[in-house]
Design a protein around this ligand. Structure first.
Ligand code: KG4
Ligand code: ZN
Length: 357
């Protein structure tokens, strides 16, 4: 007999970018399985994610990944209470593949289907890993997003700041390319920076000292390009030193914007609530250390999921499914994938912002 408690047991599917992933999570915060296939070999020849290639790879791998997640959880579809899939924002081809798969299982097994906002998946991960309550302050840093949010409940977000140009993960990826570090850029840049001297090159720390909580990273990337031109041909030491300087500049900029957000957040919710970092860039050890130090200085518990739950995965989608199931937020099988899907639709665009999500 399979133990059906604690309910609900949810299968989650993630396919919005270049990870094909499936996971089973239950209402007692157990991750029963968590399978992630990163399409690195598919995209490496192109130096970045190619949407059409990603969509085809999701078609090719997703059913095997879902079967493996069910096998590792030691469950059959009849043991599930709901099927959740990323409904956006993201690359539309991949989101279509994941939601179609989830809807098909839901239809065949007569189970509820839940469309999860990918950003809500990142946002609620700290409740899966650490069981924290609402409200909390969230720094969401990924390949497509860089936002500060007051998280007040499931589906209840107030955006305090966002980027006026590039997302921070995008800046990592583009800078890694400039430094000849290839794809995927963020982890490669972090590795190179470990050998580097962050004080050799002086780089700007965007937005530092300005009021508000918005971010900007395109100027920093351009500054790195000028430094590269000034030292070319780059030696491995030049690359390491530039990577370390870039990472430090990002840390300086992020902590400055977060400090302003903490003041705003505390004004609304009082002191001592958790400060959470999430999204792929929160896997970076230097940034984790800098943000942890800031939280400590402001008397806030710092919560950041383990690196494998910061980068894209389906456990976060299954968990958001658990949370949405509990409040009855079920979707129809006519749900249309949303390439853009802001967490806080009421938030004004940052001044000078390009359209994101
Ligand atoms: O959350 P995520 O996996 O996918 C999106 O939703 O975008 O984030 C991917 C981003 C990429 O830009 C990647 O380079 C960055 O997170 N990233 C990192 C690290 N690991 C992933 N950036 C810096 N340091 C890392 N260790
Ligand atoms: Zn993500």
């Amino acid at each position: 007999m399979i133990d059906r408690t604690p309910k609900p047991i949810v299968l989650g599917i993630e396919s919005s970018c270049d990870e094909t992933a499936a996971a089973v999570v239950d209402g007692s915060r157990n991750i029963r399985s968590n399978v992630v296939f990163s399409q690195l070999d598919e995209h490496r020849p192109f130096g970045g994610v190619v949407p059409e290639v990603a969509a085809r790879a999701h078609v090719q791998y997703l059913d095997g990944i879902v079967a493996r997640a069910m096998r590792e959880a030691d469950l059959s579809y009849a043991d599930l209470d709901a099927i959740a899939a990323t409904g956006g924002p993201g690359l539309i081809g991949g989101v279509l593949v994941g939601t179609t798969m989830a809807k098909s299982i839901a239809l065949a097994m007569n189970l509820p289907f839940i469309a999860v906002n990918h950003l809500e998946g990142h946002a609620l991960t700290a409740r899966l890993t650490d069981g924290i309550g609402f409200p909390f302050l969230l720094l969401l840093v990924s390949g497509g997003h860089c936002q500060l949010l007051s998280v007040e409940g499931v589906g209840q977000y107030q955006r305090l700041g966002t980027t006026i140009d590039d997302a921070v993960g995008e800046a990592f990826d583009k800078t890694a390319k400039l430094l000849g570090l290839g794809y995927p850029g963020g982890p490669a840049l972090e590795k190179a920076a470990m050998e580097g001297d962050p004080s050799r090159f002086t780089l700007p720390r965007p937005m530092v000292g300005r009021p508000g909580c918005d971010f900007s990273f395109s100027g920093l990337k351009t500054a790195v390009r000028h430094k590269v031109a000034s030292v070319e041909p780059m030696s491995p030491t030049d690359v390491a030193d530039l990577a370390a300087a870039f990472q430090n500049a990002v840390a300086g900029s992020l902590t400055n914007r977060c400090a302003n957000a903490i003041t705003l957040f505390e004004g609304a919710h009082g002191a001592g609530r958790p400060f959470v970092a999430a999204g792929g860039v929160a896997a970076n050890q230097t940034l984790r250390a800098a943000l942890g130090k800031l939280a400590e200085s402001r008397g806030m518990p710092f919560v950041v999921p383990p690196p494998a739950l910061c980068t894209d995965n389906a456990a976060m989608i299954a968990w958001a499914g658990v949370e949405r199931f509990r409040i009855g937020a079920i979707d129809g099988l006519d749900f249309a994938p949303r390439p853009r899907w802001p967490l806080d639709p009421a938030a004004p665009k940052a001044v000078g912002a390009r359209a994101k999500a």
